[in-house]
Write a protein that binds this ligand. Structure first.
Ligand code: NAI
Length: 306
């Protein structure tokens, strides 16, 4: 069935270039009214310009769609609030938030300054927190919301020279996991996208022909399934060059060691059972892990009473 966004209002951060631009154009092509947010700085976060976001707005209008640009720096809550207020004044609702804006300050951890670490955390983590916070009560009142966090393989699996970026990108999965629980009763679904695309962010990291193969549009095709009415919830979609997969955090069934025997030595002795992946599960809350451990302790106590 065709996925339509007719009547929906979407905010896409960092939509002047790369993936955000592609997301904004396709959302608009499928009927959404789109806020094209972009600070318009360089890849490292320095500078600002409205040229790129303005161009995307013009492209959307040229295809008969509705769009407005806003130059909020997502790391600044007051600017984000202004963007959301302007959206509400113009269109009266916010259905979709695509947290996409991002920068890079790559260096090995030895050479990375704490300022470079903090700036990357500010844009990716606080940027997504600020935008989500600014739309959260609106989505709750509407009883409808779709939010996408842009994570990365660097966060989930690590990447040399990206300690700041990796920490920030994994934090967004933690943010998603809790917001999913808090947004469930108001029909707010939150998912994460782990893209690979040839953009200015990756152009010097990949050979030219590979950059071409990794078109942002291929990622956008997957991203749109995370923010329509039938979107999943708490899903991590990995997408790049036409490949699509999902990622999850699993926990092993583990072992149980009774109180009298708990020591680092016995934990190590049980390593094979503790790491046995046969019955591993993706848990749906932190409390589920606690329940699992309590169940094991109770089963042990019962076995002692027999
Ligand atoms: P890009 O550099 O082409 O686009 C990022 C956009 O965000 C730029 O237009 C920039 O002006 C904007 N931006 C940066 N800081 C901002 C701020 N404080 N406030 C508002 N806008 C701001 O990069 P690309 O590749 O399109 O990245 C988009 C997202 O995807 C980022 O979150 C990035 O970390 C993530 N990502 C990209 C991958 C790739 O292979 N290109 C891989 C994994 C994740």
């Amino acid at each position: 069935m065709t996925i339509s966004f007719a009547g929906k209002v979407a905010i896409v951060t960092g939509a002047g270039n790369g993936l955000g631009r592609s997301h904004a154009l396709e959302l608009a092509r499928r009927g959404a009214k789109v806020v094209v947010n972009d600070l318009g700085g360089l890849r490292d976060g320095s500078g600002a310009s409205s040229a790129a976001s303005q161009e995307v707005v013009e492209l959307i209008k040229a295809m008969g769609g509705e769009a407005m640009s806003h130059g909020a720096n997502v790391a600044h809550f007051d600017e984000v609030q202004d963007m959301v207020q302007q959206t509400m004044d113009k269109w009266g609702r916010v259905d979709i938030l695509i947290n996409n804006a991002g920068i890079l300050r790559d260096k090995s951890f030895s050479k990375m300054t704490l300022d470079d670490f903090k700036l990357v955390m500010d844009v990716h983590v606080m940027g997504s927190v600020n935008c989500t916070k600014a739309v959260w009560e609106i989505m709750k009142q509407q009883n409808y919301g779709r939010i996408v966090m842009t994570t990365s393989s660097s966060g989930m699996y690590g990447n040399f020279g990206q300690a700041n970026y990796g920490a920030a990108k994994m934090a967004l999965i933690g943010l998603m996991n809790t917001l999913v629980l808090e947004g469930a009763k108001n029909n707010i679904n939150i998912n994460a996208l782990a893209p690979t695309a040839g953009t200015r962010m990756t152009e010097d990291l990949m050979p030219e022909e590979i950059v071409k193969a990794f078109a942002p549009e291929a990622v956008t095709a997957g991203m749109l399934t995370l923010c329509d009415e039938d979107a999943p919830n708490r899903f991590i979609l990995c997408a790049g060059a036409g490949g699509y997969s999902s990622a999850s955090i699993f926990e092993t069934e583990g072992c149980f060691i009774p109180t009298a025997k708990q020591s680092p030595e016995t934990v190590r002795e049980n390593w094979d059972q503790l790491t046995d992946q046969h019955h591993q599960k993706a848990l749906l809350s932190g409390a589920q892990q606690g329940e699992k451990f309590v169940m094991k302790a109770m089963a042990f106590m019962k076995s002692q009473q027999r």
